[in-house]
Ligand binder design. Sequence first.
Ligand SMILES: NC(=O)c1ccc[n+]([C@@H]2O[C@H](COP(=O)([O-])OP(=O)(O)OC[C@H]3O[C@@H](n4cnc5c(N)ncnc54)[C@H](OP(=O)(O)O)[C@@H]3O)[C@@H](O)[C@H]2O)c1
Length: 243
Amino acid sequence: MGAALGAALIDPGREVRWVSAGRSEATARRAEASGLRDAGRLGALVGECEAILSVCPPHAAPAVAESVAREGFSGLYVEANAIAPRTSLALAARVRRAGATYVDGAIIGPPPGAGRSPRLYLSGGHAGEAAELFAGTSIDARRLGGDPYAASALKAAFAAWTKAGSALLLAAEAAARRAGVGEELAAEWSAMPGVGDRLRAARRDAAAKGWRWVGEMEEGARAFADLGQPSGFHAAAGEVYRG
Ligand SMILES: NC(=O)c1ccc[n+]([C@@H]2O[C@H](COP(=O)([O-])OP(=O)(O)OC[C@H]3O[C@@H](n4cnc5c(N)ncnc54)[C@H](OP(=O)(O)O)[C@@H]3O)[C@@H](O)[C@H]2O)c1
């Protein structure tokens, strides 16, 4: 997603940099193919860029914000990962102490390409400045009013139905199989519109990227607890994706 967003930002003529230090070959290949310039190390990037967009697995978001703050970044920091509002609040405090301006964000939808465009939701007093960065790109940047961490809350609520809902299907399927009634459950589900397709997608996605949804589900549980909702949906989904 990070490479795709970077490529979209280059389209209207912006220069986009990334940091190769510590990253895998696969990530380096994606960044190069997307036309991003390698700043080499974070210290260089912080000195050269007006804005930093954090797009990484949710469990790594605090470490990324901490490193950026330690480098003394004083520009616009857009936290676009699937983290709880409470986590985002803590990251905001950290990067602001270093002198940066913070914007809470969340991405919904697949990476841009082939006519698709993800929504980048932005909240807080500086959301407009962050949305400006995406003017003229294929990214649909949307400002949210109300709570400064509304973007993170929206993502947790969205993932409750998508990722936590899919995990529920996988757990139900496993339970029925364990009880020897897997075929009967499959037959019942086959009569219900959409369940078969959703189950197949859930199996495929859990195998490919379930490991990195564990952190997102932990953050979702935290978000729901703070928003007065049961935290168990996301917590159980995290257990399913942990395998
Ligand atoms: N993919 C989607 O369709 C989608 C949709 C909506 C939202 N998102 C959001 O986008 C974010 C990234 O998801 P993704 O699908 O792009 O994940 P991904 O394909 O697993 O890529 C994650 C990237 O983050 C890098 N990374 C890992 N740990 C890092 C660290 N400590 N510091 C800096 N970079 C680090 C990885 O580099 P290495 O290869 O070196 O590990 C990799 O390049 C998540 O917050 C997710 O919620 C994604």
